[in-house]
Design a protein around this ligand. Structure first.
Ligand SMILES: *Cc1c(COP(=O)(O)O)cnc(C)c1O
Length: 363
């Protein structure tokens, strides 16, 4: 366990214990934040400097701050897991750090060293370890992000960049037990095009997906599935989750990475877990017709989505204007989906041996 090098200045107004316990009992998602945040600054002359943990609070931004105009911004999403013995762990933080560097490159932001990324998160989670919810499928959601903080309206990569980490206690994603979701097939909108930013985790991709998400909600669906931008044929992913398709012979297919699909850490971990459980796992192109017809014929027995926030989410129904395809009654979680979900959660919560070296102890 490496000791953090970030100096910590504790808040003079910490949340009182009773209030914090009240929040941790029913944290929701993304609405409550811990008492501190981590910050590191970058300029071309000084490189990364002034790393610190300080009181959580508003950032004061000049209206001409570049990110507000040109969206030069990237982020990550991770969780700190409280284990039954009181210890606290991260899941594959090196994978998130590496992806953060790839995202930075694409958005012409400076790459943050892997050690600095992990150091900042460790220092913050240790400082706010009292904010890690314990019990059930709860966690402390960790949100690292980096943005163009230079005050300048010219169009070029910023010469002042800020890296920040905040944390937010998160309850079980499915409070009433795992429930299959409905997916809307976007006809009109795409999420990412070849040469674009689809493989980078940036706010702009999310902004571009919101209108389609709104359309999904208006059609009674929780999520949107996006197809490739050229042929409108190949299944890419959801707005913030990757997809898996279980076939009748036990083989499992996930769309291969094309450069416009976000490379999920959960997606990658599930490739390994399924392979170890004896499934044939294939990364390849999969058309929306194969999805629709496969579900109808019984060739595709289960569909699930995956990502850090919801872990593994069964997909019960794919809907489009004038039609739908249901997996069974559309309301049942299939056996491969359920087993994959448990296998991953058991490692993350320390209930099963971590044979892959994925878990990283913070405290
Ligand atoms: C973050 C994200 C995912 C899931 O990635 P994980 O590392 O598994 O959390 C999938 N798709 C998109 C577009 C994302 O932004």
């Amino acid at each position: 366990m490496s000791r953090s090098t970030l100096p910590v200045t504790r808040t003079s107004t910490p949340t009182d214990d009773a209030r914090r316990e009240q929040i941790l009992t029913n944290p929701g998602f993304g609405v409550h934040f811990s008492d501190h945040m981590a910050l590191v600054e970058w300029t071309p002359d000084e490189g990364w400097h002034d790393g610190r943990v300080q009181a959580y609070g508003p950032l004061s931004l000049d209206p001409a701050t570049a990110v507000l105009h040109y969206a030069q911004e990237i982020f990550e999403g991770m969780k700190a897991y409280g284990h039954a013995d009181g210890s606290t762990w991260l899941f594959r933080p090196d994978a998130n750090a590496a992806r953060f560097q790839r995202s930075a490159r694409r958005l012409a932001l400076p790459e943050l060293p892997v050690e600095t990324f992990i150091d900042a998160i460790e220092a913050l989670v240790r400082t706010d370890v009292g904010w890690v919810p314990r019990g059930g499928e709860t966690s402390l959601y960790v949100r690292p992000f980096m943005f163009a903080s230079e005050v300048f309206l010219g169009v070029r990569p910023a010469r002042h960049v800020t890296f920040c980490v905040i944390t937010s206690p998160a309850g079980a994603y499915f409070s009433g037990g795992v429930k299959p979701v409905s997916i809307w097939l976007s006809q009109e909108y795409t999420r990412a095009a070849p040469g674009g930013t689809g493989a980078a985790k940036c706010g702009g991709n999310y902004a571009a997906s919101l209108l389609a998400q709104q359309e999904a909600a208006a059609n009674g669906c929780e999520q949107v599935a996006f197809l490739d931008a050229i042929e409108h044929t190949w299944v890419e992913e959801l707005g913030g989750m990757n997809l898996y398709f279980v076939h009748a012979d036990g083989s499992v297919v996930t769309p291969e990475l094309t450069g416009s699909i976000l490379e999920g850490v959960t997606r990658d971990s599930i490739l390994t877990l399924l392979d170890d459980r004896g499934h044939k796992v294939v990364e390849r192109h999969l058309s929306v017709d194969e999805w629709r017809d496969g579900v109808a014929s019984g060739e595709v027995t289960e569909v699930f989505a995956c990502g850090t926030a919801a872990v593994v989410t069964p997909v019960g129904r794919l809907a489009w204007p004038g039609g739908e395809a249901r997996n069974g009654d559309g309301d049942t979680t299939g056996p491969v989906t359920a087993a994959t979900r448990s296998a991953l959660l058991d490692i993350q919560y320390g209930r099963a041996e971590d044979r892959y070296g994925w878990m990283h102890r913070v405290r």
